[in-house]
Design a protein around this ligand. Sequence first.
Ligand SMILES: C[S@@+](CC[C@H](N)C(=O)[O-])C[C@H]1O[C@@H](n2cnc3c(N)ncnc32)[C@H](O)[C@@H]1O
Length: 218
Amino acid sequence: MKHEIKRTAGYANRQYFLNAYKTGQHGWAAEGPDPYAVELLERVRPLVPGGSLLDIGCGQGRHAIAAARLGFKVTAIDYEPLALERARRWADEKGVKGIVFKTADVFHLPFSDSQFDIVFDYGCFHHQKKSSHNAYKKSISRVLKKEGLFILSVFSPAFRLFNKGARRKWHIAQGAYRRFFTSEDIEEIFARRFEILELKEEKGGDGGFWHALMRHRA
Ligand SMILES: C[S@@+](CC[C@H](N)C(=O)[O-])C[C@H]1O[C@@H](n2cnc3c(N)ncnc32)[C@H](O)[C@@H]1O
């Protein structure tokens, strides 16, 4: 398959991700899931046994595969088809069946209203510009059931690219937009639509991430 990108809004971001997947030059792990995210999924599993989970910006599928192994019914989207080709192959190679991988943009999710018990985002939201935050919330809120869970992992100021928060909140490198969040930012952005049940900061190693568990307000 030929991988090309149309010059529409967000072109530079998309070009960055395409190159990242073509070259393997990216800062996030290709395969193993983040243990914090897996631990969170394990803990929510009893609340929605066998529940439906949408992984947005799933990349090469490492968290979608982990979630399917825990028994969730997983749908996983990314706008980069090359990442999804790998995700499908890795799921096959690992014998993990039943994940629906779909090419889609988080701002135009091709799903019904209230379709999912859980929306899961590891590292997609922090690549969206501030001007898109409302559209992002609207999009995920539409497909998430009322009282459904939203699991979000985003850069904190401690992430290595932000020099402990001394740099401004966002920058663009190789075309990729990246933003870090404080706990107050997360409250401010999400608290109206979501009850924040848990917000934990992972530091050290490749850390500098917030892991948030939220419940969609009824
Ligand atoms: C930092 S990577 C994380 C990938 C994956 N979640 C993981 O943990 O390995 C961010 C992913 O979000 C995807 N992405 C960014 N903006 C997107 C959008 N608007 N719609 C769909 N996918 C998007 C990128 O293609 C990329 O695969």
